[in-house]
Design a protein around this ligand. Structure first.
Ligand code: HEC
Length: 150
């Protein structure tokens, strides 16, 4: 067991520790959450382009993108280390930490909706994809409206 823990520490796999302890510096946490949102947003937008008819519908591509979104949707939250909010436009506001239960619930809602999006993508039915995309996009907007500086 001890050996395993040393191994885990050496690999940086310290998942049992609080989020702050997983990053060397607060800036690393900020970079990490932004990077995960950026990659998630990129793949989400590719599905959106199909849902909105800007690119031809391709069920397999939608499903592949949705699987990436599902995985990425789990990542940003470890990066919300206390004290890393800001006042600039687009930055997390103080409510992320003062209303943490609400923030976490908004994150969970997104995670649930993108799982439904992935299921919808796998039906290869554009109407189902459109409706699941709309529901998932609503969870992005709701959280951004509440928890990012406008
Ligand atoms: C639970 C709240 C929450 C949800 C849900 C959420 N976001 Fe965000 N998002 C944020 C916050 C807070 C920031 C600002 C992060 C920062 O600047 O450190 C952000 C930033 C971003 C960014 C900008 C990243 C950067 O480099 O500055 C993108 C892109 C993004 N989100 C996309 C999405 C998409 C797409 C969804 C839905 C599939 C989504 N977000 C859902 C809270 C959320």
């Amino acid at each position: 067991m001890k050996k395993l823990m040393i191994l885990a520490a050496a690999c940086g796999v310290l998942t049992a520790l609080p989020a702050a302890a997983q990053f060397q510096k607060p800036e690393d946490a900020v970079k990490y959450r932004k990077a995960s949102f950026t990659v998630m947003g990129t793949h989400f937008a590719r599905i959106g382009a199909m849902a909105q008819g800007r690119v031809p519908f391709d069920g397999a591509a939608a499903a592949a993108n949705a699987d990436i979104v599902v995985t990425l949707s789990k990542l940003p939250f470890a990066g919300f280390v206390e004290g890393t909010g800001g006042t600039e436009k687009g930055m997390p506001n103080a409510k992320v930490w003062s209303e943490k239960a609400k923030f976490d619930a908004a994150g969970k809602k997104m995670q649930d909706e993108v799982v439904k999006l992935a299921a919808a993508a796998k039906t290869n039915n554009l109407d189902q994809l459109k409706s699941a995309f709309g529901a998932a996009a609503g969870t992005c907007k709701a959280c951004h409206d509440d928890f990012r500086n406008q």
